[in-house]
Ligand binder design. Sequence first.
Ligand code: NAP
Length: 281
Amino acid sequence: MAIPRFAVLAHPVAHSLSPRIHASFGRQMSIALDYSAIDATAEEFGNALGAFAASGGVGANITLPHKQRAAAACDTLSERARRAGAANTLTRGATGWHGDNTDGVGLVRDLTGRHALDLRARRTLLIGAGGAARGVAPALLDAGIGDLFIVNRTPERADALADALEQPGRVHPRYLDDLKALGEFDLIVNATSAAREGAMPALPMSLAGARTAAVDLSYGEVAIPFLAWARAAGAHDAIDGLGMLVEQAAESFALWHGARPDTDPVFAELREHRAALVTAD
Ligand code: NAP
């Protein structure tokens, strides 16, 4: 029997840890799979996804910058992908792709499980309104956070995300320039890719305090500026996105293979791997 084919589509894709994570899950669960990385720009995305399907691809993870594009390319969407307007997990059906979004549940599992945070009633600031922000916002609301404030470089996208969440008394879009007036938050989530361009938005220290958990959805060197800001501002927790990455991958794996792997050994392996890379630098 042919080994089922999976892939992650992104641009750039060279540093994606997804092939490594899914290979580890497959070994752990004794499930044979072929998982590759496909680099596709925005212009190439549709053709790349089509070529992957034509070559026998049955499942795809989608990441930066294609999650909204991927949702639009699907025939059907899960309720959470529809609410997010973004898909990170595609499964091939008889006639097309079914899109789901495991980012939100991955983040919540990492924060409430691995980091033992109680998210309930936390006054929350979400920075960013791209594909990742759209994935995590509904899950944070479902996990019981308090009011959710959303800021974004392009304010119209923060407005659109707030509208899509359909909870006007609880979700508040604001301008980045107004951050100084917003006071302290119990949870701050950086869902921007700004640091990839060396351009993290200026954040006032008044946003964080001794109860604040600050979370960057990125990991590695991209997460350093935000986490350094959080520590300097006195945040109680400064958490990167490596745990979320492993948890959202485990959710995708479960959708495709019907069984959820143990994430702890894979998380530990990646932490060690990344620490070795940093040391090697
Ligand atoms: P995306 O859809 O391209 O959105 C990028 C977001 O960053 C938008 O809100 C964008 O604002 C903002 N941004 C980009 N450059 C900026 C700048 N120079 N200054 C201020 N804001 C800027 O990307 P995404 O898929 O949401 O991913 C965002 C980050 O989350 C990435 O670093 C990604 O690696 C990380 N992520 C991690 C996981 C995980 O499992 N750990 C999962 C998903 C994503 P505009 O709307 O104004 O363009």
